[in-house]
Ligand binder design. Structure first.
Ligand code: HEM
Length: 535
């Protein structure tokens, strides 16, 4: 063989095996040394930042936070808030991963206003099997182009179109609550609101009516619920976060089943919508917006859905494939219903715990609607200013995303400390919103804080329930509009009283910050032409 080679390759080009081997060893060693030096430099840089006490070498503060789910948020926020006096930024290690907790408006501004620091942390990976890299999870040029495209979908003209859905579904909700009242006056309102917002998001995102409020046991509704639970479970159980370990857990099979239903459903809706559009020769968004038409899922006239905009923008697969469309529709399904449900429930709980706030809302509702039971118009919603302050103040005390996490793509100076690239920064909105400098007596529920005259001069990053900057919540106007319609419908029909006290509630930071045992309310139907006065 070597004779054969020597015929083909000149003698001087043949390198002895020993030289190849030693070169390989040198190259490998150099790679290891470079990686080691980089790692040491990284650790030294991170450790210059004021750290959390009690960390162990190699595993850091992992055990500090290894607590049952219902204790996690309390433990974390209690710990970080208690250490605020040691500095405006706090570093910890969980295993090999460096974390910095941020809780000041100034540090939030550094991260959130940046157009470069847009990478989500690895904690978001748990939703990838469902959402793939849609708007919530994507980064780089993909996120930039999708954000531009999808911003059009939240144009106020399109939102006005959705008002009809918000009103229709709120009406069904009132019927469901009235029916429930025939059995008992106190109950957990959470499941009622969940099904209502699920119906709304299906209709507005996909243009189909799944009638979750009427058939709460539908396959799709159950699959959404399953995924919600699985993603939440992975968030608080680090050992099932890596996919190769997750596949051995009990959740894996359940996730496969749920995804089959969820993706199958979205695929089906996209296919049918495309066929419909082809048969109607509807390829322009404007044509669709102006032309309401029959929908196979519902006998009623239908309006434009977010899906239509995506199909339109897809340019027959040139710009977006069916898979691209699906990941965005799924993202809206995920980001657009649990969030509003939780926010509505917290607002109801806080209004129901503060009778004087409810009296003021009733006065506003009387002023706007009188005794009429007509649906809400855009003008009505603009006039519900006090109700809006109630929603905002609830989001201050209970931000739906109490922690937002980013992975730094470059070294970043925060409060004079250089936080190196690859560190995860955890923005603690829950603590930020309780800073007495911005919100005196921070634990009090005072919607008046958000009156224009009281908000003037407040740091622009002191209140960020929808995040802020280029990666803020794309659905915030949608959310506020939907919440105002649902809340005003409930409060026009019922007087509410919260049955639990705030200090008794156990908070769970799953996908959203929610009370573990729901929101128990006592509902009393309002008499027509009879004004309730609780002074
Ligand atoms: C009260 C209701 C809501 C709250 C409090 C809320 C809050 C947030 C927050 C804090 C973020 C940033 C998350 C992060 O950076 O990790 C976000 C992003 C997002 N939200 Fe919302 N959200 C709400 C409702 C909605 C609705 C109704 C939709 C859609 C219909 C929606 C769609 C999205 C999307 C797609 C993103 C990702 C945006 C991007 O990265 O460009 N959200 N939301």
């Amino acid at each position: 063989m070597s004779k054969l080679v020597s015929h083909v390759v000149p003698e001087w080009l043949i390198v002895p095996n020993s030289v190849i081997e030693s070169t390989l060893v040198v190259v490998l060693l150099s790679i290891v040394v470079i990686a080691l030096v980089r790692r040491i430099k990284f650790v030294v840089k991170v450790n210059k930042i004021p750290g959390m006490p009690g960390g162990l070498s190699l595993i850091g503060n992992v055990f500090t936070f290894l607590v049952p789910p219902e204790e996690f948020l309390n433990r974390l926020t209690g710990y970080v808030a208690g250490l605020q006096s040691s500095g405006p930024i706090l570093r910890t290690w969980t295993g090999p991963f460096a974390f910095c907790f941020l809780f000041t408006a100034e540090s939030f501004e550094v991260i959130l206003s940046s157009t470069k620091l847009i990478d989500k942390s690895r904690h978001y990976n748990n939703v990838l099997p469902w959402l793939n890299t849609g708007l919530l999870t994507s980064t780089g040029s993909k996120w930039v182009s999708r954000r531009k495209l999808l911003t059009a979908a939240f144009h106020f003209k399109i939102l006005e179109d959705f008002l009809q859905v918000f009103n229709e579904q709120s009406q069904i909700l009132i019927q469901k609550l009235s029916a429930a009242l025939k059995v008992r006056n106190d109950f957990d309102i959470y499941p009622f609101i969940t099904l209502c917002t699920l119906d709304i998001i299906c209709d507005t995102a996909m243009g189909c009516n799944i009638q979750a409020q009427s058939q709460s046991n539908s396959e799709y509704v159950n699959a959404v619920q399953s995924m919600r639970e699985i993603v939440a479970a992975r968030l608080i159980r680090p050992w099932i976060q890596p996919d190769f370990l997750f596949q051995f857990s009990n959740y894996s099979g359940r996730q496969k089943e749920a995804l089959k239903i969820l993706h199958g459903f979205t695929d089906g809706v996209i296919r049918k919508r495309k066929l419909e559009r082809a048969s109607h020769s509807l390829d322009k968004v404007t044509a669709l917006t102006n032309q309401y038409r029959e929908d196979e899922f519902s006998p009623k006239k239908k309006r434009l859905a977010l899906l239509d905009l995506l199909i339109d923008a897809s340019k027959d697969g040139e710009v977006l494939s069916d898979l691209d469309i699906r990941e965005e529709v799924d993202t809206f399904m995920f980001a657009g219903h649990d969030t509003t449900t939780t926010s509505i429930c917290w607002t109801l709980f806080l209004i129901g715990s503060h009778p004087h706030v409810q009296v003021r809302i009733n006065e506003e509702l009387d002023c706007v609607f009188g005794t009429s039971d007509r649906p809400a118009t855009t003008t009505d919603l603009n006039e519900l200013k006090y109700l809006e302050c109630c929603i905002k103040e609830a989001l201050r005390l209970y931000p739906i995303g109490p922690i937002i996490a980013r992975k730094l793509s470059e070294d970043t100076v925060i409060h004079g400390y250089t936080v190196p690239a690859h560190t995860t920064v955890a923005l603690m909105t829950y603590i930020l919103h309780r800073n007495p400098e911005h919100f005196p007596d921070p634990e009090l529920y005072q919607p008046e804080r958000f009156f224009e005259e009281n908000s003037r001069g407040r740091h622009p990053y002191a209140y960020v329930p929808f995040s802020a900057g280029p990666r803020n919540c794309i659905g915030q106007k949608f959310a506020l509009m939907e919440e105002k319609v649902i809340l005003s419908s409930i409060l026009r029909n019922f007087h509410i009283r919260a049955l639990d006290r705030r200090e008794e509630l156990i908070l769970l930071n799953e996908l959203t910050l929610r009370p573990r045992d729901g929101v128990r309310l006592h509902l009393t139907p309002k008499q027509k032409h009879f004004k309730l006065n609780f002074n």
